[in-house]
Design a protein around this ligand. Structure first.
Ligand SMILES: Cc1cc2nc3c(=O)[nH]c(=O)nc-3n(C[C@H](O)[C@H](O)[C@H](O)COP(=O)(O)OP(=O)(O)OC[C@H]3O[C@@H](n4cnc5c(N)ncnc54)[C@H](O)[C@@H]3O)c2cc1C
Length: 412
C-alpha cells in the first residue's frame, strides 16, 4: 500500500497486543486508523506468552531484589531469572537499566506500587474480557482461575505467608491441599504438595487472541493492516509528518502511536527520544494435543513455569526471564529445560511430542511500569514497556491512549 496520498487520523506502529487493542479502541471511537503491524507477528511477545490475565497471580507482591540476588541469577543454572554477564556489566553502570532497577527498588517494592499495578491489571482484564465477549472472539478464554502448585512445602508456605502479609492487596486466593489438587486434576504430578488457586485470574491462548483481533480489525472494522515495518520516522520541527515503511512506501497520519514492544527503544531513539527498555526473553514449548483436560491454567511455583492448554488439547509451558544482550539465545537448551521443569508438575509434558517452540522479548522498564504518554513531538504518543503483564494490562493502556488522542489532553 502506498499511503503517502492519504492521511489517516491515527497511524499505529506495532501490531502486538498493545497496538491491536489501541487500534480497536480508536476505531470504535470513530478514528480512521491504519496499523503498521511489523513483518512477523509470531515474533511478537504477544504471540507466545503464557496468556494469563493475571489479576491476582501476577500482581506484584513487594520483594526486593538485591545486587547479590542478581549475581546469583547470573551464575545459577537452575534459576528461572537470568542475567547475562554482558548485560550486567553494560547496564550496571550509572544510568544503565540495572542501576535504575536497583535505584527504584524501594519504590517498586512498596505497597502503594503494588496497589497501583493491581488496579491497572483489574481494569485491563475487565476491558479485554468485555471485548472478547462482545465480538465472540474464539481465544480459549477460561475464567476458572490460575492454580499455582508447589513441589516443596517450604516454598508453598512461603508464598502463602506473603499473601497473608499483603492482605491489603485483596488477592482472592484459596489454599488447596495435595488431595484437593490431585482429585481436581489428574494431569498433576503426585509429587505436588499443594497449591494456591487465584480465583480472579483468567487465561487464553495468546496466538488466537492476536489472530482474532487482526481479523476483527481488518475484516469487520475496515482498519488497514500493513504487515511492514516502519524504517524511518519523518519529523518536521516538533511534528511527525509521516513514516517510511520497509516496502518503500510511506504513510501519514494526524497523530501517531508507537507501541512496537521492545523495538520501541531503537525506533524512537532515531528521533531523539530515549526510553529505558530492556528485552527480558522468555521461552515457550507446546506439545501435540492430549485427550485429558487440564482443570485450570497451572503455574509451577518453584520454577515460575506457566502452563495451560489450548482448546484443541495442546499443553503449553512458558518460562524464563532472561536479561541479555545476546544476538543468539540458547533457544534449544532453554526449551528442553523448560519442558523438563513443566514435566515435574505435569508429567504429560514428557509423554507426548513437542510441536512448537518459541522465544520472545518482554519489553521491560526498570520500574516494571509501562511508558505511556505524549512525547516532545506534538502528535506522537508512546505506549510500551508492559513487561510481564502486557496481555493483562494492554486494554487499560489502549483505553487511556484512545481517550487522550481524542481529547488531545496532555500529559497522559
Ligand atoms: C514467555 C512470556 C510469557 C508472558 N506471559 C504473560 C502473561 O501470562 N500475561 C501477561 O499479561 N503478559 C505476559 N507476558 C508479557 C506480554 O507478552 C508482553 O508484555 C506484551 O505482549 C507486550 O506487547 P506489545 O504489544 O507491547 O509488544 P509485542 O507483542 O512485542 O509487539 C510489538 C510489535 O511491534 C512490531 N514492530 C517492531 N518494530 C516495528 C517497526 N519498526 N514497525 C512496525 N512494527 C514494529 C513487532 O513486529 C511486534 O508485532 C509474557 C511474555 C513472555 C515473553
Amino acid at each position: 500500500m502506498s499511503g503517502s496520498a492519504s492521511r489517516h487520523d491515527a497511524v499505529i506502529v506495532g501490531g502486538g497486543i498493545v497496538g491491536l487493542l489501541t487500534s480497536l479502541m480508536l476505531r470504535r471511537r470513530g478514528f480512521d486508523v491504519a496499523l503498521v503491524a511489523g513483518k512477523d507477528l509470531t515474533k511478537a511477545a504477544s504471540w507466545g506468552n503464557a496468556g494469563y490475565l493475571a489479576a491476582g497471580f501476577g500482581s506484584p507482591i513487594p520483594s526486593a531484589e538485591s545486587i547479590s540476588q542478581i549475581l546469583k541469577w547470573m551464575i545459577s543454572g537452575e534459576s528461572p531469572v537470568k542475567v547475562s554477564a554482558s548485560f550486567f556489566f553494560r547496564e550496571i553502570l550509572p544510568g544503565g537499566w540495572l542501576a535504575e532497577y536497583l535505584r527504584e527498588s524501594r519504590k517498586t517494592t512498596s505497597l502503594e506500587y503494588a496497589l497501583k499495578m493491581r488496579e491497572s491489571c483489574f481494569e485491563g482484564v475487565r476491558l479485554l474480557k468485555k471485548i472478547i465477549e462482545e465480538y465472540n472472539l474464539q481465544v480459549d478464554l477460561r475464567a476458572d482461575g490460575v492454580l499455582e502448585v508447589y513441589l516443596s512445602r517450604r516454598n508453598l508456605e512461603k508464598h502463602l505467608k506473603l499473601l497473608e502479609q499483603n492482605r491489603e492487596l485483596k488477592v482472592d486466593f484459596r489454599f488447596l491441599d495435595r488431595e484437593e489438587c490431585l482429585n481436581d486434576d489428574p494431569l498433576l504430578s503426585p509429587s505436588i504438595v499443594g497449591g494456591i488457586l487465584f480465583k480472579d485470574d483468567l487465561s487464553l491462548t495468546p496466538s488466537k487472541l492476536m489472530q482474532s483481533l487482526r481479523l476483527l480489525l481488518s475484516q469487520r472494522l475496515n482498519v488497514p493492516l500493513i504487515d511492514e515495518e516502519v524504517v524511518k520516522m519523518n519529523v518536521d520541527n516538533r511534528v511527525v509528518s509521516s513514516v517510511s515503511l520497509s516496502n518503500g512506501s510511506s504513510i501519514a497520519g494526524r497523530q501517531y502511536v508507537v507501541c512496537a514492544g521492545v523495538h520501541t527503544k531503537r525506533l524512537l531513539s532515531t528521533i531523539g527520544i530515549e526510553i529505558p527498555l530492556a528485552p527480558a526473553y522468555g521461552y515457550m514449548v507446546m506439545t501435540e494435543p492430549v485427550s485429558e483436560r487440564l482443570r485450570h491454567a497451572t503455574a509451577g511455583g518453584e520454577f515460575r513455569v506457566a502452563m495451560s492448554q489450548t482448546g484443541e488439547g495442546n499443553l503449553r509451558a512458558t518460562g524464563f526471564f532472561e536479561l541479555s544482550t545476546a544476538q543468539h539465545l540458547p533457544h534449544d537448551r532453554r526449551c528442553s529445560f523448560l519442558r523438563q521443569k513443566a514435566t515435574e508438575y505435569i508429567p504429560a509434558f514428557s509423554k507426548v511430542s513437542i510441536v512448537e517452540t518459541w522465544h520472545g522479548a518482554r519489553p521491560c522498564t526498570p520500574t516494571g511500569l509501562p511508558v505511556v504518554g505524549w512525547t516532545k513531538y506534538n502528535n506522537l504518543v508512546v505506549a510500551a514497556g508492559h513487561c510481564r503483564l502486557g496481555v493483562t494490562t494492554a486494554a487499560a493502556t489502549a483505553k487511556l491512549v484512545s481517550e487522550n488522542l481524542l481529547s488531545e489532553k496532555r500529559p497522559i
